[in-house]
Design a protein around this ligand. Structure first.
Ligand code: ATP
Ligand code: MG
Length: 409
């Protein structure tokens, strides 16, 4: 048997990028031989094994044929006769279809090195269209390597468009989609992921609520970029520049969905978009089965981001309601993430990327003041049950009033 490094490990080494996980392909071997050498099978009917020591993935060279809709609709053919070239041709991008042996000799039948140099993301063969997940994968690689100057080949984008129009994207499971989406959002330029999905018509299928924001104007005074879709891309860009966690990036993507529902005659104003957007945010959350912390933050940011921007003008009682809504006493981190998302929203506007955002420290200070109200003295006065809750609220309100006065003095 012959063993080759493939995929990301070869690609990233050639790009001079750090290699994290290594994928291997094994040519000329049978399942029985792999098991005899101590490799552990990954699944019952999938020719992929884990190395007994390193735990890295070793896949038998295989060919694939599509036999139905979605990812389940694949039949694999793995046998010792399948050649390296046959295995490489089923891969998504030419830059991912280069193999390397232990002497560093490259096998590159589909000219991946040429595309690496030309900074092109190009599909290997028409079989690309057999797995709709590849649309998301290509967009994710575009987000990752945009900084190096990569872009999607026009003919690949065209195939992605056909796939998006064919209805195949709807066959993707929430789990597979979310895995790509969440990884893409954590790349250096997550806005490129959304842009590429939009360019090929996939955004309209996957997240029509986000797609609908393009072409919707906002007041120029607050939003020099005017277009709500462009604003959303900028907010996402800021969230990556500021190294925000996934929760914040997800909330950034979805914070303005309500603006897509504003009747045209009300443009460019979007009264109450925070509320109209909530059911859309919920729908997107549920469509991809986003993790609970992502879902929660997206809804809270959607509902309260304008409160964040108006923090310094909020009445003490409104400030208190805001802090209570976030349960800032038990979930201080979540409120920090809310503040971060609001700040990204404020900076994700043309020409305002460097603006200061005093609201952030003001909100942090308010949270601190409210959290510092002690329960013990109230217990000593004999408050308990709902009355204790009320007394605590009164004390916090008092503290916030003092905080607000001191801040405006
Ligand atoms: P990463 O750095 O994200 O791990 P990668 O290219 O190694 O990038 P993997 O998901 O680890 O991506 O897959 C390893 C290789 O398997 C890819 O480079 C590609 O050749 C192939 N591959 C993975 N998923 C698909 C797919 N859905 N369609 C076609 N080829 C795929
Ligand atoms: Mg990999």
């Amino acid at each position: 048997m012959q063993i080759f490094k493939v995929g990301g490990a070869v690609r990233d080494r050639l790009l001079g990028k750090p290699v994290t996980d290594i994928d291997w392909v094994v040519v000329g071997a049978t399942t029985e031989e792999m098991l005899a050498k101590g490799y552990r099978p990954v699944g019952a009917d999938f020719p992929v094994f884990l190395h007994p020591k390193s735990g890295e993935e070793y896949a038998l060279a295989r060919t694939e044929r599509k036999s139905g809709r979605g990812y389940g609709g694949f039949t694999f053919h793995a046998s010792p006769e399948v050649t390296l070239e046959e295995d490489l041709i089923r891969r998504d991008l030419t830059i991912n279809a280069i193999a390397e042996d232990d002497q560093h000799n490259l096998t590159d039948p589909y000219h991946g090195q040429r595309d690496l140099e030309a900074r092109i993301l190009r599909h290997v063969s028409p079989a690309f269209a057999e797995d709709p997940l590849r649309v998301l994968r290509v967009a994710r690689f575009a987000a990752r390597y945009a900084g190096l100057g990569f872009s999607v080949a026009p003919e690949t984008l065209e195939l992605m468009r056909q796939l998006s129009e064919s209805g195949e994207l709807e066959a993707l499971t929430a789990e597979r989609s979310w895995k790509e989406i969440s990884r893409a959002l954590m790349e250096d330029q997550p806005q490129v992921f959304i842009q590429v999905l939009r360019d090929c018509g996939a955004l309209k299928v996957l997240m029509p609520e986000v797609d609908a924001l393009f072409g919707v104007p906002q007041p120029e005074a607050h939003h020099p970029e005017i277009d709500t879709g462009l604003h959303t891309l900028s907010v996402l860009e800021q969230s990556a520049l500021h190294k925000q966690p996934l929760t914040v990036r997800w909330a950034c993507l979805l914070h303005d969905l309500g603006k897509g529902l504003t009747p045209e005659e009300e443009w460019p104003r979007h009264i109450a978009h925070e509320h109209t957007g909530l059911k859309l945010i919920k729908a997107v959350n549920e469509r991809f089965k986003a993790p609970k912390d992502c879902q929660e933050l997206a809804l809270l940011v959607g509902k309260y981001h304008t409160h964040g921007h108006r923090a310094l003008e909020l009445k003490a009682s409104t400030l208190l309601e805001l802090l209570q809504s976030f349960d800032v006493y038990r979930r201080p981190q979540r409120f920090e993430e809310f503040i971060a998302a609001c700040e990204m929203d404020a900076r994700g506007r043309k020409g305002l990327e460097q603006r200061s955002y005093p609201q952030a420290d003001y909100l942090r200070g308010a949270a601190k003041v409210a959290r510092e109200v002690a329960v013990q003295p109230l217990l000593e006065k004999g408050f308990k049950g709902p009355e204790l809750g009320e007394a605590l609220k009164r004390e916090r309100l008092k503290a916030l009033k003092a905080y607000k006065e001191a801040a405006s003095a």
